[in-house]
Design a protein around this ligand. Structure first.
Ligand code: NDP
Length: 330
């Protein structure tokens, strides 16, 4: 028995030593600017701190914050350049730091790798073959999800979850989501209905996206190109603005209700927050993802390959993507 254990241990060590190279391919930028500043380079594989794991990246996803950060909009609080962008990752644990207790080599995991999205986000993020992630930000990948599907979730689903937790969304309440077709909106619709038990979910979207929004469980879609939602008579307990129109959104909340916004100027009672990544919060959603009640939604164009990251950013930055823009396989 002892010999077997020893062989297993030696085997495991051998695998990780063989599989983790010293350098890897990563998308990096050394100056702020448009997607063209991104270059695919061979750089050292990141070291792993005591509270971190090294993940072999299988898929990553893009978020608007990646683009805003690359444009230098958060340069006062950014981590130093050069940067490897990317918050969302799904992959396999290759190495664990000495304080790590919840994950082991071989685990399939996913995460938003930056605890604070704007304040010193991870310098070497997920658009790379390997990335180091703090244990507290990781969750086990739901087995029902592919790596691409899992990578599409963390930042956006944690944002929707945090928004609804902050306004204390309760069973039976009505919710208005401005911008239902985006990365955050498509998940917010599903969370409102399936996780928080909202009785009515209404959203805005353009005509071509109505069927998709209804398939996510929305009760009514307002075509924002034809109708002004703030001029309609309906009012809601909770209003979630993912577009940056808080001044209009405050007009559709019931008296005493809450308006939570992600971007743009806010006015009372609206407030804005910045998402905090947290592996335990991600893990709370596992039952809903495993049962299929909440689904990952990758843009109908399909995933972009690792060599198409610049094109993927150009597409995301049109503001017209549906669901999530995913990079897979990596
Ligand atoms: P996406 O790029 O995924 O959103 C694109 C979607 O928005 C498209 O499907 C588009 O649909 C829809 N859309 C665009 N304009 C409008 C409009 N006027 N009315 C209704 N829908 C519209 O973005 P995300 O969902 O990932 O993020 C949304 C915003 O929230 C971004 O500004 C992002 O930076 C921010 N954010 C902030 C966070 C925070 O912590 N504060 C966290 C996450 C995101 P169509 O083609 O029909 O117009």
């Amino acid at each position: 028995v002892r010999a077997e254990v020893a062989t297993e241990k030696a085997g495991a060590a051998k695998i990780s030593a063989m599989e983790v190279p010293t350098t890897h391919k990563a998308w990096t930028y050394a100056e702020y600017g448009p997607p063209g500043v991104l270059k695919l380079e061979q750089i050292p594989v990141p070291d792993v701190a005591a509270d971190e794991v090294l993940v072999k990246v299988h898929a990553a996803a893009l978020n608007p914050v990646d683009g805003k950060r690359r444009q230098g909009k958060f340069k006062n609080t950014d981590s130093p350049l050069p940067t490897v962008p990317g918050y969302d990752v799904a992959g396999v644990v290759m190495k664990v730091g000495k304080e790590v207790s919840k994950f082991k080599e071989g685990d399939e995991v996913y995460a938003d790798v930056s605890e604070a999205a704007l304040n010193k986000p991870r310098q070497f993020g997920s658009l790379a073959q390997y990335t180091a992630v703090q244990e507290k930000l990781l969750a086990l990948k739901p087995t029902r999800l592919s790596f691409a599907e899992a990578a599409s979730l963390p930042l956006a689903i944690l944002t929707a979850q945090e928004a609804f937790d902050r306004v204390n969304l309760k069973v039976g309440q009505s919710v208005f989501i401005n911008g239902g077709a985006g990365g955050v909106g498509t998940l917010a619709i599903q969370l409102a209905k399936q996780v928080y038990g909202a009785s009515l979910v209404v959203t805005t979207g353009s005509a071509g996206k109505v069927d998709l929004l209804k398939s996510l469980g929305v009760d009514k879609v307002i075509d924002y190109k034809k109708e002004k939602y703030e001029e309609l008579p309906d009012k809601y307990d909770v209003v979630f603005d993912t577009v940056g129109e808080c001044n209009r959104c405050v007009k559709v909340v019931k008296e005493g209700g809450a308006v939570v916004a992600l971007t743009g100027a806010v006015e009372p009672p609206g407030f804005r927050f910045v998402v905090t990544s947290n592996g335990e919060n991600l893990a709370k959603l596992t039952p809903f993802l495993e049962s299929g009640k909440v689904k990952a939604l990758i843009d109908p164009k399909g995933s972009f390959t690792f060599s198409e990251v610049v094109e993927a950013f150009e597409y995301l930055e049109t503001g017209r993507a549906t669901g999530k823009v995913v990079i897979a396989p990596i």
